[in-house]
Design a protein around this ligand. Structure first.
Ligand code: C2E
Ligand code: MG
Ligand code: MG
Ligand code: MG
Length: 283
């Protein structure tokens, strides 16, 4: 029976609620074995180009918890990171995602790219790039179809050595800056060698309809990205009005519930065969 979504707390997290300690331990133990029990699943959310075609899908992890149903990453990603389990799960994510687009190629879907989220700690781990390299080499996938989404936190300070980013681009994978404009924003992060794209965070869209400042920031970020030759995906597109406005900004791609939620792998072929009705752009 599904008992709904509970928030998973980690030792060392802000809450000092001792009363919840026993259940906390159980939850953490659950998480440590979730991997071996095969409880993780990747869902895929389409990213739509200006022509209305699906150009890529973003792999988004879910935990199919035996009692609580399907949990989104905000319930467990931090716990994975703090318990040191993220590297192993991240390797599973990479392997699964690459195998998946190979399978889609095999059924004639052809040419889909895949966006893979990588947390700063994973990327800083020396094993990450070698696993990615091996996985791609053992597959039939052109590395440029792998789009590694990193956040600005990965680039802040010396969290991830430049050599690791060089490794990534030497492999031939694309580097995309996720949640752009939030967190530890510094425009110097755009100097990252071989940056291929940015994803504008969905928080900028929430009030875009009635907030001229948010609209101006989004339009400015898109112009900035284009000035340095990287492409732009806007995430969190939920309304036709937003899509209509964004089409006029010249962003390359949109992602959001207006088009599709994250779906299971078996639902992707149908969605990828579709041509989405995009508001007309100036092209
Ligand atoms: P993200 O990479 O920024 O992913 C976008 C999030 O926005 C996803 O949440 C997606 O379901 C949600 N979203 C998409 N369209 C809309 C929309 O129109 N409106 C709204 N309100 N939300 C929308 P999700 O799947 O819960 O993932 C949350 C975060 O967890 C991701 O944010 C990413 O940072 C992280 N994550 C997901 N999968 C992985 C993974 O395999 N590894 C790592 N390290 N992190 C992951
Ligand atoms: Mg992402
Ligand atoms: Mg994002
Ligand atoms: Mg986000």
């Amino acid at each position: 029976k599904r008992t709904g979504r509970g928030r998973l707390k980690v030792a060392g997290a802000s809450s000092g609620d001792g009363a919840s300690a026993p259940s906390l331990r159980v939850q953490l133990l659950d998480l440590l074995d979730a991997d071996s029990r095969g409880e993780f699943e990747l869902l895929y959310q389409p990213i739509i180009g200006a022509d209305g075609r699906v150009r890529s899908v973003e792999a988004l992890i879910r935990w199919n918890h035996p009692d609580r149903g399907q949990l989104t990453p905000d319930h467990f990603i931090d716990a994975l990171i703090h318990s040191g389990r993220i590297e192993g799960v991240g390797r599973w994510v990479v392997s699964t995602a690459v195998r998946q687009i190979e399978e889609w190629d095999a059924i004639g879907l052809g040419g889909l790219s895949i966006n893979i989220n990588v947390s700063p700690g994973e990327l800083a781990h020396p094993g990450f790039c070698s696993h990615l390299r091996t996985t791609i080499a053992e597959s039939s996938i052109d590395p440029s179809r792998i789009r590694i989404e990193i956040t600005e936190l990965a680039l802040a300070g010396t969290f991830v050595p430049t050599a690791m980013l060089d490794d990534l681009s030497n492999i031939g994978a694309r580097i995309v800056l996720d949640d752009f404009g939030t967190g530890v924003s510094s425009l110097s992060h755009l100097r990252v060698k071989s940056l291929s794209g940015i994803k504008i965070d969905k928080s900028f869209l929430r009030h875009a309809a009635d907030n001229i400042v948010d609209r101006g920031i989004v339009e400015g970020m898109i112009a900035l990205a284009h000035n340095i030759g990287v492409d732009v995906t806007v995430e969190g597109v939920e309304t036709r009005d937003q899509a209509h406005w964004l089409a006029s900004t010249g962003c390359e791609a949109m992602q959001g519930w207006l088009f599709s939620r994250a779906v299971s792998a078996t639902d992707v072929p149908n969605i990828a065969a579709q041509r989405f009705d995009m508001p007309h752009s100036e092209v």
